[in-house]
Design a protein around this ligand. Structure first.
Ligand SMILES: [Zn+2]
Ligand SMILES: [Zn+2]
Length: 88
């Protein structure tokens, strides 16, 4: 089951379960669309791609609540872009 994390890992922006901006990688690293663009669509943790996070139907939230664990690991975008250049 998806965790549906409450914030963007990079900028800590709130991403509620029904946000249309939330993007996740296959490991559920969660970022907002702005940060995904900054990261050139590549996850800084696993180097995988992102997909839009699906919205969990509201009637299921009580039985299957979303995560409230905040993961905040800001990415140093400049270093990150340099590392993309050397590794790809
Ligand atoms: Zn963000
Ligand atoms: Zn990832």
């Amino acid at each position: 089951m998806l965790e549906i994390r409450p914030t963007c890992e990079n900028c800590n922006k709130k991403l509620p379960y029904n946000s249309s901006e939330a993007m996740i990688c296959t490991f559920e690293c969660t970022f907002c669309q702005d940060c995904v663009t900054l990261l050139q669509q590549v996850c800084p943790n696993c180097r995988g791609g992102f997909e839009k996070r699906p919205i969990r139907p509201k009637q299921l939230l009580k039985k299957y609540p979303v995560s409230n664990v905040v993961v905040h690991k800001p990415v140093n975008i400049l270093n990150y872009k340099n590392s993309l250049k050397t590794k790809f």
